[in-house]
Write a protein that binds this ligand. Structure first.
Ligand code: 13P
Length: 287
């Protein structure tokens, strides 16, 4: 069931658990994630970066595929189709294409311009029934060409953006997209607690969910995080399972080269990562 992310996140905030955002790249990704969360009766958010949208030939294709698959698989759990790290123009295109949620990443603008553009997009999203995420401070590392310096968010700026009526707020607290370096200092829980104190019931978003130790994720959820984004771990699990299949020579046995066979271990690995994360985030049975 495709819905805006607002209700599922407000429920998560009140219930002290988090909803997973799992980024998609193609049909296999989407199917693997939908099957996992349906089996666990967990709400979920399908994240689409602008690069992944382009790869799938455009936002219209993404909407058509997700809507059709939601129906054909008989998905009854709430699913939000969400633009990840959207530009101002990308957000407008996704509203038009039929996404149910958008993220405007205005973190590269100065705070005044971030506020101005976020305010405009909040109105556009809400007028069309979508939920909207904004970002303060930047998430370190690189995701699909979006590069962040990794500045820690200023709690006062978080409050300013939260007051614009966004439905969820991403705040940089030392989190990084992609792999964490061995000398990573960990999440900054003092800043997270300060942001939580200023923003009250606002669902907070933890980007860069791949590779954060489980205890840190649990602590972040205890401190007010209601949405955790996962991308890289599904990609590395898919790659490892596919590598194992090919290195075992299975693509050369009988019709093992058939894409439905070749891609099956990777797809199963994505389903497993999704299930493990939904369990860690506490969203199992919360649909
Ligand atoms: P990871 O790739 O580190 O899991 O981050 C995902 C993310 O934050 C998407 O916005």
């Amino acid at each position: 069931m495709l819905v805006s992310a607002k209700e599922m996140l407000d429920k998560a905030k009140a219930g002290h658990y988090a909803v997973g955002q799992y980024n998609i790249n193609n049909l296999e990704w989407t199917k693997s994630i939908l099957l996992a969360v349906q089996e666990l009766n967990a709400p979920a958010i399908l994240g689409v970066s602008e690069g992944a949208g382009k790869y799938m030939t455009g936002f219209d294709t993404v909407v058509a595929m997700v809507k059709a698959m939601d129906k054909s698989l008989g998905i009854t759990v709430p699913i939000a189709l969400h633009l990840d790290h959207g530009t101002y123009e990308g957000c407008k295109k996704c509203v038009e294409a039929g996404f149910t949620s958008i993220m405007f990443d205005g973190s590269s603008y100065d705070i005044d311009e971030n506020v101005e553009k976020t305010k405009e997009l909040v109105k556009l999203a809400h007028d069309n029934g979508l939920s909207i995420e904004a970002e303060v401070g930047s998430i370190g590392g690189e995701e699909d060409g979006v590069i962040g310096a990794g500045e820690t968010a200023d709690p006062d700026e978080c409050k300013m953006i939260a007051d614009l009526g966004v439905d969820m707020l991403a705040a940089g607290i030392g989190n990084i997209h992609g792999a964490y370096p061995p000398d990573w200092q960990g999440l900054n829980f003092d800043v997270l607690a300060a942001i939580q104190a200023k923003t009250g019931t606002m669902p907070l978003v933890l980007h860069g969910g791949s590779g954060i130790p489980d205890e840190m994720v649990r602590k972040a959820i205890d401190l007010g995080v209601s949405k955790v984004n996962v991308n890289t771990e599904c990609q590395t699990a898919f790659a490892a399972a596919t590598r194992e299949y090919i290195e075992a020579g299975k693509d050369k046995e009988g019709k093992g080269f058939d894409p439905r066979k070749l891609l099956a271990p990777g797809a199963a690995a994505i389903t497993q990562v999704t299930k493990d994360k939904a369990t860690l985030f506490g969203s199992v049975g919360k649909a």
